[in-house]
Design a protein around this ligand. Structure first.
Ligand code: F2R
Ligand code: MG
Ligand code: MG
Length: 308
């Protein structure tokens, strides 16, 4: 189980770094520069906002032995590094909170009062999926609350809950039909229910990448990327194949890679992640990279065992 906790966090960073240099490229552009799974190599170990924010979620859950919104928002602000490439909504939310606005109110004011449905809450959610893997109601509650700091829109929150629950199922060793059945029971929003129906259909017919992008999406909206990450995990038989496939779809490659890496790392454990990819991950600013992320996985597991 400890290896799965570490695997989900390192998997997020490895998936993120694998797609980082290709973010925004179309599927055809990505495939013109990259080969298949056998020849694919991680070009750079530099991760982006996806991993930077995931670390904040993990740090806050560990320090508080559970959720504390004010503290988590503070961690996001302390860790903020503009060179990591944040989404505009998240950047604005963190700027406002750092100026003294309440973390409970800020996200409601973005995108004309509707709030963000971007995938920024889902991409960082792995620690919530791990910490609450054995309690689906609590997992949903904390996924919504942790999303609320930056993502008020119900589709942003539901995407994060769906990603967290996929990680929880993966930690418990659930895959294929069983995972799909449980996901369908868990989802509340009609938009995500429809996406999971499409996911099932593309899985059944071994669809082309073009069909996958058209049915599930490869963009920055949570509903156009979380189901794609779940699909990338479900169709593959290894961590490497899942992440290589996710990135090869083009679009929001770092984030679909990070979310696929989180689910796959939770399922296969740290041992399933190619060693040379993990070793290539940067040690990060202030040595808060690879070894630190690994330590966060260990600590999250230790605290989980302690409170259980
Ligand atoms: N920001 C990026 N990449 C672009 C630049 C990276 C470049 N390589 C660099 O280094 O500078 N990637 C990161 O952003 C995505 C996560 O975004 P997040 O945190 O959800 O932000 P935001 O702004 O809230 O939402 C993203 C976009 O979705 C659309 N959107 C959201 N809610 C909306 C609403 N209610 N109505 C209309 N549109 C809405 C907007 O276009 C948002 O900007 C990840 O890819 C991460 O890697
Ligand atoms: Mg990113
Ligand atoms: Mg991205």
């Amino acid at each position: 189980m400890k290896s799965k906790f570490i695997g989900a966090l390192i998997g997020t960073a490895v998936g993120d770094a694998s797609g980082a240099l290709l973010e925004g490229y179309s599927m055809d552009e990505v495939n013109s520069v990259k080969g298949g799974s056998d020849t694919w190599e991680m070009i750079s170990g530099r991760y982006t906002d996806d991993t930077e924010m995931m670390k904040g979620v993990a740090e806050s859950l560990i320090e508080n032995k559970g959720f504390n919104g004010e503290h988590m928002a503070t961690r996001f602000i302390e860790n903020y590094d503009p060179r990591r490439g944040y989404g505009p909504g998240t950047r604005e939310a963190l700027r406002r909170i750092s100026k003294g606005e309440s973390w409970k109110e800020t996200s409601k004011k973005l995108f004309g009062g509707k709030g963000s449905y971007g995938n920024g809450a889902a991409m960082r959610i792995a620690p919530v999926g791990l910490f609450y893997y054995d309690d689906a109601d609590k997992l949903r509650e904390i996924a919504y609350k942790s999303s609320h700091i930056t993502h008020y829109h119900e589709l942003g929150k539901e995407g994060a809950a769906l990603q967290a629950f996929s990680i929880a199922l993966a930690v418990s060793g659930t895959k294929k039909e069983d995972m799909l059945l449980k996901l369908k029971r868990f989802i509340k929003s009609e938009i995500y229910k429809e996406k999971v129906r499409k996911l099932e259909a593309v899985l059944d017919k071994e669809a082309t990448k073009k069909e996958v992008n058209s049915e599930l999406g490869n963009g920055e909206a949570a509903f156009n990327s979380v189901p794609t990450a779940i699909y990338s995990f479900l169709r593959a038989d290894s961590f490497k194949d899942a992440v290589v496939y996710a990135v090869s779809l083009g679009g929001d490659t770092d984030t679909i890679g990070a979310m696929t890496g989180a689910i796959s790392g939770a399922y296969y454990g740290e041992g399933g992640i190619p060693k040379r990819w993990e070793e290539k991950l940067e040690e990060g600013k202030g040595k808060k990279g690879r070894s630190y992320i690994r330590w966060l996985g260990e600590e999250l597991y230790r605290v989980k065992v302690f409170i259980s």
